[in-house]
Design a protein around this ligand. Structure first.
Ligand code: ZN
Ligand code: ZN
Length: 397
């Protein structure tokens, strides 16, 4: 084949490519296209067809929807059966998916790749990725985020800046300058165990160029798993452990199952967490996701939730300072007065753990130890930090 024929063949290939790779209209053209094809926006469908490996458009009487976290695709013959399909790793769908509005999950996840940012959590098919400022390199949030330790770029400004501490001070995981000599072992934010330098994987540029209509091609590159290097988080051995254990120790002392194999399998990674809100815990027993605990999972299913910490019953029962305050009075009445030097926030956490156990299992059994899922422990820790970090004074009995 001479060079001319070669280029001719290539250009024909390109033309055929363009012909067969049908694209759904972009958002701004959606209504116009729908009107032209079906006469109305509500009857127009443009969905990915897994059999044809391409998008297809058709009209139906009424629009269809799928629950959040998913999109609809054509699974049978064209215009045939529709079925729900998860968003690809790089997109999420925080609201119901409607066929008269879109053809794929609507929002691209944030990358956490601006100056000083590292990935905190990868998000889910319903929730955006969250980021931290890399305190190990001296970066602090410019504006303190809602969750103090991490930030959700789709909800708030997550920009980081270099914080300069005076000499003889280190910048801590709580984003504070701490005297080098000061050994503060109680932190409210997790440490970043291994720092993930923010970077743009080679195909992210490709993703940015692609309209979300190209999701099938994105699905292909998804296999590369650009964010598999999520930071392995590590919690200081002291706090949750002692509190969670102390919470349960009154119930039972047979808590430690120290198989080191088992330890390794859970404590090095977060693969056991399906709710996306857990963190590594000091013992393997505590590395437990809300989705793994039957009665907890049932409560979530009733409300179609992905994590128990999103449950109104949890926030109302375990995070509300005033609710805990009343339970604390009750506790003190039965157990006797507390020392004035008792770290009050630890008692609030303790009562919150007890309320969680009561809420889920109804009883605080003396014999049966109930491990509280890591995500719930973490939320309770965040809700009741030491008084130095709060804008209020805890009410004391
Ligand atoms: Zn979890
Ligand atoms: Zn959870």
């Amino acid at each position: 084949m001479d060079i001319y024929s070669f280029f001719l063949a290539m250009s024909i290939l390109k033309v055929s490519d363009a012909v067969f790779r049908f694209q759904c209209p972009v958002q701004s053209h959606w209504t116009h296209r729908a009107g032209t094809i079906c006469g109305s926006k509500s009857s127009y469908f443009c969905l990915y067809d897994i059999n044809e490996n391409n998008f297809t458009e058709f009209c139906r009487k009424n629009p269809d929807y799928e629950k959040r976290g998913k999109k609809l695709i054509v699974a049978g013959s064209t215009q045939g059966t529709l079925q729900g399909s998860n968003c690809s790793n790089v997109f999420y769908q925080p609201l119901k998916f409607w066929t008269n509005e879109s053809h794929s999950c609507v929002l691209a996840k944030s990358y956490c790749n601006e100056e000083g940012q590292v990935v905190y959590r990868n998000g889910t098919n319903k929730v955006d990725r969250s980021c931290r400022c890399d305190y190990t390199r001296g970066y602090d949030f410019i504006i303190r985020p809602k969750h103090r330790c991490y930030c959700v770029p789709s909800e708030e400004d997550c920009s980081c800046h270099l914080k300069i501490c005076p000499s003889n001070y280190n910048f801590s995981q709580d984003y504070e300058c701490l005297k080098v000599t000061e050994r503060n072992t109680r932190f409210n934010c997790e440490s970043i165990h291994s720092v993930v330098k923010a970077y743009i994987p080679f195909h992210i540029n490709l993703l940015i160029q692609l309209d979300s209509g190209d999701e099938p091609f994105i699905t292909a590159v998804d296999n590369i798993q650009p964010y598999q290097f999520e930071p392995v988080v590590h919690i200081e051995q002291n706090e949750v452990s002692s509190q969670n254990q102390s919470d349960s120790s009154e119930e039972n002392s047979e808590t430690e199952s120290d198989s080191s194999d088992l330890q390794d399998s859970r404590m090095d990674n977060l693969a056991w967490c399906d709710c996306n809100h857990c963190t590594a815990m000091p013992t393997v027993d505590e590395c437990l996701c809300c989705k793994e605990v039957g009665p907890v999972a049932e409560k979530m299913e009733d409300e179609d939730l992905d994590c128990i910490t999103d449950h109104e019953g949890f926030t109302g029962n375990c995070l509300n300072r005033h609710v805990i305050e009343v339970s604390l009075y009750d506790f003190v009445e039965r157990q006797g007065p507390i020392d004035d030097n008792e770290p009050i926030h630890e008692l609030y956490r303790y009562v919150a753990y007890r309320r969680f156990t009561r809420w889920i299992w109804h009883i605080l059994g003396k014999k049966r130890r109930k491990v509280i899922p890591a995500c719930a422990v973490l939320k309770i820790r965040e809700a009741f930090p030491s008084e130095d970090f709060t804008g209020f004074k805890y009410a004391r009995p």
